[in-house]
Every structure is written in C-alpha cells, then in structure tokens.
Design a protein around this ligand. Sequence first.
Ligand code: PNS
Length: 167
Amino acid sequence: MIQRAVYPGSFDPITNGHIYIAERAASIFDELVVGVLENRSKTCTFNIDERQAMNREALSHLPNVRVKSFEGLLVDFMRAEQCRVIIRGLRALSDFEYEFQLALMNRQLAPEIETFFIVTDAKYSYLSSRSIKEVFHFGGSIQDMVPPGVYRRLRERFPPKTIKGPQ
Ligand code: PNS
C-alpha cells in the first residue's frame, strides 16, 4: 500500500522553511501531496496559480511530490486524495497552540486522519511567509530565505523602486 501524506498550507509564498519540511516528509512517505489552500475570502499576495507555480518550481527536485490546490475543508481534500496523514511544520512553541487546535478540529471532523508534526531546522525557526514579505518590503535581504522563483516574483510584484536599500 502506498503511504501518502498531505502537506497543506497557504504558501503565500513558499519559503526555504517549507521546502525543508517537504523534503523531510518526502523522504519518509512514498508520495507527498502539497495542498495549496485556495481561500477566496482571504486576501493573499499571490493568487492560487502563482502559488502553485512557485511550489512546483521549488519542489521540482523531489520526484514523489505533487502540488495540488484545494478549497473548503482540509479533511475533504484528504479524503479525496485517499490520504490519512497531514504534515505540519513546527517552528517554535508559539506555533503549537494554533497547530494543536487545527489538529484537534481535524480529528473531530475526521477521526481516521492523523496529524504528524515535523520540527523545522533551527536556521529556519524565525522564517514565515509574512515576515519575508515584510523584510523584502522594507528593503532587507531575503535571498537566503526563499527559492529563486519566489525571489524573482517578489521583485516583479514589488519593483525595487518601491523599496529602500539594496535587493
Ligand atoms: O499555511 P497556513 O495558512 O498556516 O495553513 C493553514 C491551513 C491551510 C492548513 C488551514 O487553514 C486549513 O486547513 N484550511 C482549510 C479549512 C479547514 O479545513 N478548516 C478546518 C480546520 S480549522
């Protein structure tokens, strides 16, 4: 039987921290489905097509990874993918409360589904999609924090003239 896991998220945009979690999960499971949430009520910097394209580029070195978008409940996506394992990354204790709630809500909705947590590498513990966008916006260097395709798109979306300092 194929052991498949789903790694869901907003990925707005994917960071090197996300890639690290995907690499570790892909080394354990036969197949990893990266589920990109299409949330019409939440405003994302990048639309669903852009986020999927960035994820595909950034994860193209992992042959057992598939990137798919989903709408609605994660547990419905899990069932459609015939998958019982959710992968979530943990950076710090501050992530835990939110992740705990998410995992318990998903268990309430679908008791057969289990959430597995993968701890990030210490060097990514401060990274989040939101913080890299903020640092970039104010002219800080983020090249070591995101894959090249994300860096390129951030520069296209927020041209250097709108930011301070070298990029
Ligand atoms: O990267 P994120 O934004 O922390 O990921 C959160 C995500 C996408 C995993 C979560 O918001 C989610 O699963 N959304 C789908 C809706 C859902 O299933 N909600 C029920 C659990 S609260």
